[in-house]
Design a protein around this ligand. Structure first.
Ligand code: IFM
Length: 441
């Protein structure tokens, strides 16, 4: 028995050592007056976050990464977009086999996603907002199923994975089919609106921000759907010229020859709201018309708002739960100029309550990218300490795995200025929080 234990211990040690060799982020010379924490504390918190992603994902074989990982029962172990948008980038760069497993798991749920689309009267496939086995498990459609962006999020993660690893085999074998079905869904969901100069509009959806639900033309959704449609059209084109065998298979099973052109046309004509006066992207068609939330008279113990106000009181006000346009600024970084990023960030940041733990890591990244170091550090520390310092007051229900993945992104994409737009790795560091602070990853 003891030899068995020794052997297990040795394999485990090797496994974990290997994880740190691939995945560690080392911080040096952090000025404690800025962060109120020593370098040692910050290093410990970084590793705490990464370790929990390891725990949550190491055996993700025919399973996803639950919102709470393996640390708590909140959300009943369900998988959300947290996996693809917040955790998968870290895995794609450090544990690509696991990233592939997660995408393969989504692929295995394609039959249920097709059935769900059909149930809602759509063509293509609609991945569930929250699930265990592929079926939609949301109890409340407005902050659940209406988050159609899940489709585009998964396809965004697919592209990130393929670009980071070069695993085109996976793209041909599984990705292409998911791309076809998700692009079909978008084309079916949207329409060319005469009232919007013939642009392709998508109505009655909920974006990432769950305080503005069932809205028309949520900018995040439209921008991400555009990427999804373009990637689908491009992949099918490439398949046609490079892999005629796989292309023939796709055509045989489902693809109509006219479809990729229709997807590209919808993408090229996608409506993206823009306000000429404020020179910002309105979060959705109605966002700027809503009555401002009375932040001044909202006591600090009335947050998160969703626990104290009826959803209807929240939905009709200009108040944001979590990064929405700001998330698009980060994910689609090369779509926006630095000035656009700054203007939009400065408009949306004060309206964002951060009532979701998925917000601060993203706000930290965009703040770092526009050179607002104070905010980058403030939001970055909130993400880093989300669970160790119980920032949201609910760690008893489990750790926030999305924020943990977001912490890795905050360090790499945010503070270290990493960019991988279109798969090209580059670094545009702005100002480090202090001159001799260092990050190694
Ligand atoms: O997926 C998130 C959602 O964006 C906000 N509420 C919690 C979910 C699970 O973490």
């Amino acid at each position: 028995v003891s030899r068995g234990f020794d052997r297990l211990l040795a394999t485990q040690e090797q496994y974990v050592e290997d994880f740190w060799r691939r995945s560690d982020v080392v911080v040096e010379n952090i000025r404690p007056d800025r962060t109120q924490r020593t370098t040692v504390e910050i290093q410990q918190a970084v590793r705490f976050n990464l370790f929990h992603i390891l725990q949550a994902s190491a055996r993700a074989e025919d399973a996803g990464v639950p919102a709470k990982g393996v640390t708590g029962r909140a959300y009943e172990g369900h998988y959300f977009w947290d996996t693809e948008i917040y955790v998968l980038p870290f895995l794609a760069y450090t544990s690509p086999r696991i990233a592939r497993n997660l995408l393969a798991f989504r692929y295995s749920m394609l039959p249920q996603a097709r059935a769900r689309a059909k149930q809602l009267g759509h063509r293509g496939a609609l991945f569930p907002w929250r699930t265990i086995s592929g079926e939609e498990a949301s109890a409340y459609y407005a902050a659940g199923t209406a988050q159609y962006h899940i489709n585009a999020d998964i396809m965004y993660a697919l592209r990130k994975y393929v670009q980071a690893t070069g695993d085109e085999q996976f793209l041909w074998e599984c990705g292409a089919e998911m791309l076809v079905e998700t692009a079909r869904l978008w084309l079916d969901l949207g329409f060319y609106s005469e009232r919007k100069q013939g642009k392709f509009c998508i109505n009655a959806v909920t974006g990432p921000d769950e305080y503005n639900t069932v809205v028309n033309n949520n900018a995040y959704t439209n921008l991400m759907a555009r990427e999804n449609l373009r990637y689908a059209a491009k992949t099918v084109e490439t398949l046609k010229s490079n892999r005629p065998d796989a292309y023939a298979e796709l055509v045989e099973t489902a693809l109509e020859l006219s479809e990729p052109k229709a997807w590209a046309r919808a993408a090229d004509n996608m409506y993206v709201p823009y306000d000429e006066g404020l020179k910002i992207i309105p979060q959705d068609d109605g966002f700027l018309d809503r009555e401002p939330w009375d932040f001044q008279n909202t006591p600090s113990d009335r947050y998160p708002l969703l626990l104290f106000y009826h959803p209807l009181n929240i939905y009709r006000k200009q108040v944001i739960k979590q990064a929405d346009v700001i998330l698009a600024l980060f994910l689609l970084g090369d779509t926006f100029s630095p000035e656009e990023k700054k203007r939009n960030f400065e408009f949306y940041d004060p309206l964002t309550t951060g009532d979701s733990s998925l917000s601060s890591c993203i706000e930290a990244i965009v703040a770092a990218q526009i050179g607002d170091t104070d905010k980058a550090v403030r939001y970055g520390m909130a993400a880093l300490l989300m669970d160790l310092a119980d920032v949201g007051g609910n760690v008893k229900d489990g750790c926030h795995i999305a924020s943990m993945g977001g912490t890795w992104m905050m360090l790499t994409y945010g503070l270290a200025g990493m960019r991988d737009d279109d798969g090209t790795l580059a670094f545009w560091p702005r100002r480090a929080p202090e001159d001799n602070a260092r990050l190694r990853f």
